[in-house]
Write a protein that binds this ligand. Structure first.
Ligand SMILES: [Ca+2]
Ligand SMILES: [Ca+2]
Length: 231
């Protein structure tokens, strides 16, 4: 009788273990299925070929290949379009701060905003907290350039004092004073630069730069933030 109970308990234990295994496999499969490729509308390329003449100390290897697909959870949307933009330079030299989120990504003249020299930032208020999946940045793409000290941070604090998460930082020598970063410098193209948001919850996105390889000014054609609503 005792042996029977023992066997029954073992069978029950094994059964529940198998059920647990199946359930976790199911949820892993479901998570994978819910990822979709992020569709980004790209502007027309403004130059052809792979630039090799840019000299800068922290540049990523130039492959000349297009960016591969980037997968985001199903339901991820563009949440930055027409959202308000503020800046460390409230009076841009050329253009308007609103250009950053107006949906226009052309590399031609008349589509970029120019901020003053030195470290400057633009900040987007998404008007509500979101789970940020991807940020795509076009500084200026009519000419191959590298923007210096690109630092991208998100926060729920509009002043970026509390709860600041740095998603990207290629200021390897801390010349902008926000701390040294491990990311690489990159050449601007029509594809923009995609930064993984890692599902970080935030309402505000702040993007720093510190001049570029052509001049000391800071430019933006467009910034896009793709995110899930907070449930
Ligand atoms: Ca724009
Ligand atoms: Ca630097």
């Amino acid at each position: 009788m005792r042996t029977r109970t023992k066997i029954l308990t073992q069978v029950l234990l094994l059964g529940s273990f198998l059920l647990f295994l199946l359930a976790s496999m199911g949820s892993i499969l479901a998570q994978n299925q819910e990822k979709v490729e992020l569709k980004i509308q790209l502007p027309k390329p403004m130059f052809i070929g792979t630039p090799r003449n840019i000299k800068t100390p922290n540049l990523e290897p130039v492959t000349g290949k297009p960016r591969g697909p980037f997968y985001v959870p199903k339901g991820t949307e563009l949440v930055s379009l027409k959202k308000p933009v503020t800046s460390s330079d409230p009076l841009p030299v050329i253009g308007e701060l609103s250009y950053v989120t107006d949906g226009e990504k052309s590399g031609e003249d008349g589509y970029f905003v120019e901020l003053g020299p030195g470290p400057q930032w633009v900040q987007i208020d998404l008007k509500a907290p979101y789970l940020i999946q991807a940020i795509v940045v076009w500084h200026y793409h009519s000419q191959a350039r590298v923007y210096r000290d690109v630092v991208i941070q998100v926060s729920e604090d509009k002043d970026f004092v509390n709860g600041v998460v740095t998603l990207f930082n290629n200021d390897h020598d801390n010349s902008s004073g926000l701390g040294a970063g491990r990311d690489k410098e990159y050449i601007e193209t029509y594809e923009g630069k995609l930064i993984d948001g890692k599902g970080t919850k935030a309402r505000y996105v702040r993007l720093w730069s510190n001049g570029n390889t052509a001049n000391d000014m800071n430019h933006y054609v467009e910034v896009e933030v793709y995110a899930l609503p907070v449930k």
